[in-house]
Design a protein around this ligand. Sequence first.
Ligand code: NAD
Ligand code: UDP
Length: 312
Amino acid sequence: MKRKKVAVVTGAAGFIGSHLCERLLQEGFRVVGVDNFITGSKKNIVPFLRDRDFIFLEHNVTKYLRIQGHVDFCLHFASPASPVDYLEYPIQTLKVGSLGTHNVLGLAKEKKSKFLLASTSEVYGDPLVHPQKEEYWGNVNPIGLRGCYDESKRFAEALTMAYHREHTIDTQIVRIFNTYGPRMRMHDGRVVPNFIYQVLHHKPLTVYGRGTQTRSFCYIDDLIEGILHMMRLRIHSPINLGNPHEFTILQLAHLVTALSKSKQRIVFKPLPQDDPRQRKPDISKAKKLLKWAPLIELEEGLRRTIDWFRVL
Ligand code: NAD
Ligand code: UDP
C-alpha cells in the first residue's frame, strides 16, 4: 500500500492552520498539528482529534521540535497574526518568527522535507508601491509597535532563503494578505471579526482613523486552495496570496452593516501607529505560476462568515 504523505502544520489550532489541517486530511495526508494555544483554540482542532490520521502535539515551536518518522512537508503557520495579539505578545511574536522558524527549518533539514513559510503582506510595511509586487522590498518601521511582527517575518524569510541556499532545502514562502472567515476568534481584534461582533451585538462599528485606509480581503477557502497549489510546485521565491479587490475600511463597515441587516452607527477611533494606508496584492505571479486566483468575492465571504458567527 502507498504510504500517506505526512505534513507537519505549526499553528494548527489557529484560524488558517486549522483550515489547512482539515483540507490536508481531506486530501489524504497524515497531519501532525503543533500548537501552544497562545492565540489558537482547542475548539478548532476538536473535530480532527477523532481522525486516525491526525496527531496533535501541544508544543511551543520556539523550543526544539522532535517528530518521529517520515515527514514530507513542514508548514510553518505558528505566529500571532492579529495586531492586537502581537502587541500583547511582542517577544513571543519575535521568537516564533526567529527561533520557531529556525526549529521548523531544522526539522525540514533533518527529515529532507519540503518547508513552507506563512509570511505576510506586512513585510511590505506601509507600502510606497501600489499594488504590492513580490519584488518590492517594503517600507517597515523596525522600532515601531508593529515592528515585532513585520521584522520577525522578514527575518523568517531571510532564514528560509539561507536554508535554501546553504542546505539546498526545498523551501517556499507565501506572503498572505488579509484573510478572513469562520474560526477567527470573535475578539482577536482584526477588523472583520470586530465589525461582525459589533453588528451582531448592536454596538457601534469602530472605524480607526477616517476609514480611508484600504485592505484587500481574501476568503479562507481561496487562500487554502492557493497554499495547496503552491505545495505541489517547486518555487523558492516569495508568492503573494490574496484577493486583489481593494476596499476602504469605511466601505467594509457599510458592507457588513448592510449584509447583517442592522443599522449600527459608526464611531471613529484613533488610527493605530504605523497602520498601513493602503494594501493590495499584485497576484500576477500566483496566477501565472500556480494557475490560481481567488473566486469568492467579499460580499459572499462576509455572508458565510456572518452566518458562522451568528450561531457561535
Ligand atoms: P492565529 O492567531 O489564528 O493562529 C496562529 C496560531 O499559531 C495559533 O493557534 C497560536 O496558538 C499558534 N502559535 C503562535 N505561537 C506559537 C508557538 N510559539 N508555538 C506553537 N504555536 C504557536 O492566526 P492566523 O490568522 O491563523 O495566522 C496564521 C499564520 O498566517 C501566521 O503565521 C500569520 O502570520 C500568517 N498570516 C495570516 C494572515 C491573515 O490574514 N489571517 C495574513 C498574513 C499572514
Ligand atoms: N480597523 C478598524 N476598526 C477595527 C479594527 C481594525 O478600523 O475595529 C482597521 C485597522 O486600523 C486597519 C484595518 O482595519 O487599518 C485592518 O486591520 P486588521 O487589524 O484587521 O489587520 P491589518 O491589516 O492592520 O494587519
